[in-house]
Write a protein that binds this ligand. Structure first.
Ligand code: SAM
Length: 490
């Protein structure tokens, strides 16, 4: 479906108008109480109860959300004479008996419409099932470092969620994928979004971009570690985490100097204490600084259970499948499976590697900027060669959007229990701090130096004459720089 030669003559405007007129938009669904802000999924299953039988919104929901057939009369009422065009491009198909159905699911998202496969294709284990905007798609979009005007490769672009979001930022995007079917959806989505300047190329991994270099690469590859090779979106077809390893080893060849590749992935460890060892080894000596970030670690049996359930649309996995998966992990020597991302920046010079682990990571749209800060700041820390006195005399910038949340408890009066500090993208820092750190950020933000805070502290009677405060503040500054909360004002 969605062949390039047919789509190139398709005008999406009447289709967009029909969907908008029917109210099949995020706002329209909210107005009809079929989507409540904050809900993870729409309440569109209630549509047949809440909407009149002849409503165009109900027809759109049945076609594009519930995946149900509708009558030719209802489809005509929704699309008028454009119905034939939608059949010609393969979006709608006739079933006989005057019934019509949609070959694609189309979500009405906050960012606009997005087409992919109905869940029935997943349940039927269709190998070329094309996924929609999942958590990993949204996560990658937030982490991607591409800025306006930069050339960005979305490797394993699928139906194009990330490519679209990057194009909206003004990036010059190349969307690459092995699946012709996924790229058909991507073409359709690009047209539907009215963004026609995304390059779409097909092939295995880097094959379609051989010899080219990018300012940024973003990849949400088929990262699931499994004994199966059932789905092209999920299983890379290489043993263990070998598919992701093959990408990490080759990212540097496709990056410009200063370019950053970010990949969401899963990897196994052979020892919980050495969880970061294998991915860091893949990326070693390749002319890149490397940041490995772990957000979770699963026991192999738990991992197998989760993925088998996910691919079976919530049904409990069969014991024989669970056995097959856990036996596979034993044979690999996997003690645990880690979830997270790896970022690498190409840089001539003495490269560094770093790993961090933090649970419950929910990054927001500006996380890619925080990845850039981590690369800049870690390099500065390694190379600045400044002693404590020089650090205290320096000026630092504080990025916008840092938040502190306090938790207080009422005893006789209000007492502060904890202060939680979050970087704007919630990636580089999210943890408990004390009032000294809050004050340090405030002093730096208002143009002062860490040395000014030192004077302030030593002026307090309870600290007068205390030794070592200067060293403590300097190491606090280094720690804040490490987390991208203070930026050297060079
Ligand atoms: C997890 S999906 C991600 C889709 C999309 N980027 C997103 O975030 O929603 C992985 C994608 O990788 C593609 N893929 C699988 N094997 C590939 C290969 N050898 N080369 C390029 N892409 C591949 C799949 O077709 C699928 O679209």
């Amino acid at each position: 479906m969605f062949s390039e030669s047919i789509l190139c003559n398709w005008d999406p405007e009447p289709f967009r108008e029909a969907l908008s007129r029917a109210g099949y938009t995020r706002q329209g669904l909210e107005a009809a109480d079929l989507y409540r802000p904050g809900d993870a999924v729409a309440r569109t299953h209630l549509a047949p109860k809440l909407l009149p039988a002849d409503s165009s919104l109900l027809t759109a929901i049945r076609l594009f959300d519930l995946g149900e057939p509708v009558s030719g009369k209802d489809a005509m009422a929704l699309f008028g004479s454009n119905l034939l065009g939608l059949m010609r491009i393969g979006l709608l198909e006739g079933l006989g008996n005057d019934l019509v159905r949609s070959a694609a699911k189309i979500d009405a998202t906050e960012q606009g419409w997005f087409a992919f496969d109905h869940a029935a294709a997943l349940v039927a284990a269709k190998p070329d099932y094309v996924m929609g905007e999942g958590n990993s798609s949204r996560m990658l979009t937030a982490l991607a470092t591409g800025r306006k005007g930069e050339r960005v490769l979305d490797l394993g672009a699928g139906a194009g969620w990330g490519a679209l979001r990057l194009a909206e930022r003004g990036c010059r995007v190349t969307a690459a994928d092995i699946s012709a079917r996924a790229l058909g959806f991507a073409r359709f989505n690009v047209l539907l979004a009215g963004l026609d300047d995304i390059e779409i190329v097909q092939g295995d991994r880097f094959e379609p971009v051989a010899g080219r270099k990018f300012d940024a690469i973003a990849s949400n590859p088929p990262f699931v570690i499994s004994p199966q090779n059932t789905f092209v979106f999920r299983d890379g077809g290489v043993k263990g985490d070998g598919f992701c390893e093959s990408l990490v080893r080759r990212f540097p060849d496709y990056l410009e100097e200063g370019g950053i590749a970010v990949m969401i992935f899963n990897w196994f460890d052979e020892d919980p204490e050495r969880w970061d060892e294998r991915p860091l080894a893949w990326a070693k000596d390749r002319g890149c600084d490397v940041w490995l970030f772990r957000s979770d670690r699963h026991d192999p049996a738990e991992y197998a259970f989760r993925w088998l359930r996910e691919s079976g649309r919530g049904r409990n996995p069969k014991p024989e499948d669970l056995n097959e998966w856990t036996r596979y992990y034993r044979e690999l020597g996997a003690k645990g499976i880690n979830l997270g991302f790896l970022a690498m920046r190409k840089r001539t010079g003495k490269n560094w590697q770093r790993s961090d682990s933090r649970a419950e990571v929910k990054v927001v749209a500006t996380a890619g900027e925080e990845i850039r800060r981590i690369f800049d700041n870690q390099t500065w820390l390694n190379e600045c060669g400044l002693d404590d006195a020089a650090i205290l005399a320096m000026r630092f910038k504080v990025p916008d959007g840092i938040r502190a949340e306090t938790d207080m408890v009422l005893d006789r009066g209000w007492g502060m229990r904890t202060i939680r500090l979050r970087s704007s993208g919630q990636l580089s820092y999210d943890g408990q701090v004390d009032e000294f750190i809050l004050r340090l950020l405030e002093v730096c933000r208002s143009g002062g130096t860490p040395g000014d805070q030192l004077k302030e502290i030593l002026a307090k009677p309870e600290f007068a004459g205390t030794k070592g405060v200067d060293g403590q503040i300097a190491s606090l500054v280094r720690e804040m720089v490490r987390h991208g909360l203070l930026l050297p004002a060079l």
